[in-house]
Design a protein around this ligand. Structure first.
Ligand code: KIV
Length: 290
């Protein structure tokens, strides 16, 4: 056994534990996700942008938390993900790492932080790992990003790839259209999926892709696919937390299921507080020092 091979005990810990209810005294690793695919265990991923919310999802057992650059439109008040900077991602990702104990924390490389060259991707991935403490990074693009993925993986950075609809290209795409429709687009998506797997990505996000195509990709890849608007046959599913918890104002995409209505709950709480203050019902005796 050389220094890099796991001991039999480590091996048992990574290969026999389920992602849910499994080992809780260490963070989920890329090997846990690989073995989950082998045994057909599906898993969930949620976005998180702060320590408090991340801690709730961590306690609930969510095995992977994504500090997505969706923070741009879901947390920082921008219209798209394009303006998000590395400094912002490092600050948000560090908070999510501090707020969690078990989840693997993956952070997005934002627009403009990796497209210039593999060296630029490496420089910024290292910032996310060293300054924020994340366990992996995510970047958008299939064949076009393969060289960067290869360099990062060679350097020891676990990479989650993101293909199909890539929101950082919103201006080039003219919106957020479903991808991979039609023979040529479907073949390109398959080529993209194989290119990022070949480059060493440990998982591949498939966004806004027809379910039939996502199933084909999932069957042809050995690494897990993580679907968002990609049907039920992906190995995992991701949702943006503000969408799934009902915090988002207005319409949400068709692929979102709302599991709570936090926007209404918080709005009601704020209105009740205002009314109590107006009528002097708050603070009451039990909230008062003498
Ligand atoms: O930034 C993000 O939240 C994402 C998910 C939608 C996959 O990339």
């Amino acid at each position: 056994m050389n220094a890099s091979s796991p001991s039999p005990a480590q091996n048992r810990a990574t290969t026999t534990a389920t992602l849910y209810g499994g080992v809780t005294n260490r963070r989920v690793t890329v090997r846990d996700l690989a073995t989950a695919k082998q045994r057909g265990e599906k898993w969930s991923m949620l976005t998180a942008y702060d320590a408090l919310t991340a801690g709730v999802f961590d306690e609930a057992g969510t095995p992977v938390l994504l500090v997505g650059d969706s923070a741009g439109n879901c947390h920082l008040g921008y219209e798209t993900t394009v303006p998000v900077t590395m400094d912002q991602m490092v600050m948000l990702a560090a908070a999510v790492v501090r707020g969690t104990k078990r989840a693997m924390v993956v952070a997005d490389l934002p627009f403009g932080s990796y497209q210039e060259s593999p060296a630029q991707a490496m420089h910024n991935a290292a910032r996310l790992m060293k300054d924020a403490g994340v366990g992996a990074v995510k970047l958008e693009g299939g064949e076009r990003s393969a060289r960067s993925i290869e360099l990062l993986v060679e350097a020891g950075v676990p990479v989650m790839a993101h293909i199909g609809l890539t929101p950082q290209s919103v201006h080039a795409l003219g919106g957020y259209p479903v991808q991979g429709r039609g023979d040529e687009a479907a073949h390109q998506l398959l080529r993209d999926a194989k290119a990022v797997q070949q480059a060493g990505a440990f998982a591949v996000v498939l966004e806004a892709v027809p379910a039939e195509l996502a199933r084909q990709v999932t069957e042809q890849l050995t690494v897990p696919t993580v679907g968002i608007g990609a049907g039920a046959d992906c190995d995992a599913q991701v949702l943006v937390w503000t969408d799934f918890a009902g915090m988002t104002a207005g319409r949400v995409p068709k692929f979102v299921k709302q599991y709570a209505n936090l926007r209404a709950v918080l709005g009601d709480a704020a209105r009740a507080f205002a009314e109590d203050v107006r009528t002097s019902a708050f603070p009451a005796a039990e909230h008062t020092f003498h």
